[in-house]
Ligand binder design. Sequence first.
Ligand code: TXA
Ligand code: MG
Length: 320
Amino acid sequence: METTIGSDISKASQLLASDEIVAVPTETVYGLAGSVFSQKAVAEIFKVKNRPEFDPLIVHTFNTDEIRSKIALENDPRIDLIEDRFWPGPITIVVKKRPEISEIITAGLETVAIRIPDHPVLLDLLKAFKDPLAAPSANPFGYISPTTAEHVKDQLDGLIPYILEGGDCLVGIESTIIDLSSPTVRILRKGKILQEEIEDCLKESVEMVEYETRSSPGSFGKHYSPGVPCRAFERSQYPGIKKMGLNTGVIAFNQIFDDIPEENQLLLSPSGDLGEAAHNLYAHLREFDKENFDRILIEKVPNKGLGIAINDRIDRASTD
Ligand code: TXA
Ligand code: MG
């Protein structure tokens, strides 16, 4: 199969209507999309990603009417609160599903994860296609999520017919996931939208679920890893770590290390901006994963605001 990259929304829509899958841009990372009502497409997503069947997918749509009429079982008023404040945007809610949403998508769960993504190309496609799209991140299972169309092609070339071009993903890390189906709202995955913002929006307290204890399927601690051994570190630990190998690539936050060749270093954000750091994180990991380093060291960022989610992804990329 030939994989092409293009901007043709009607072509993408036609492929989806023929039960094919298409890679699509979002503001967080690229997704691998299929119609929620196509068993064939949904099965193909799991196959192409090599994703275990117990790891459920996120359903994407363009407005809350679609959520209520096609995806969510109950008319939870918090759906409107989330929309007013955050959607379209990088937050996913988990609610009880309608019976029409297949258990393949939800990995047998009675709940479904839903979001309205903030990307003009994908929103146009969702409106043209008219049905919701199931889409996990468009990476092979366990690898770093793609933030450009080229990243998708690097790994899924020959496996999917079409990649819809949408430029660089602005946010760069996956959406915050919150569970609205439990008695207390729980954050299942950290992201750009923060705990305190969600509490302020919903006017209720929100619990942070640590990965070791959370009950969500697919809640693997290690994830998003590059192929080369990767280790997270704090700047204060650095003198100990640098002795560990000469052929090391260092991804630092905002300042290079003087004792390492500059070509072996990348900065997440020279100006120390956390938004820029999130935007660059996966692209930098991919870039260094292609070099012949024995090891990648990656510096943690200040652990506040968006830095909390960035550090979560850095820890999960850390294999070493
Ligand atoms: O930003 C994002 O969310 C991106 C873009 C493409 O929208 N998508 C993404 O999907 O990161 P994926 O499949 O890589 O991660 C989806 C996560 C999984 O960890 C899965 O366990 C969780 O969502 N999830 C899906 N349905 C769930 C459910 N019913 N209950 C709990 N967790 C669920
Ligand atoms: Mg993923």
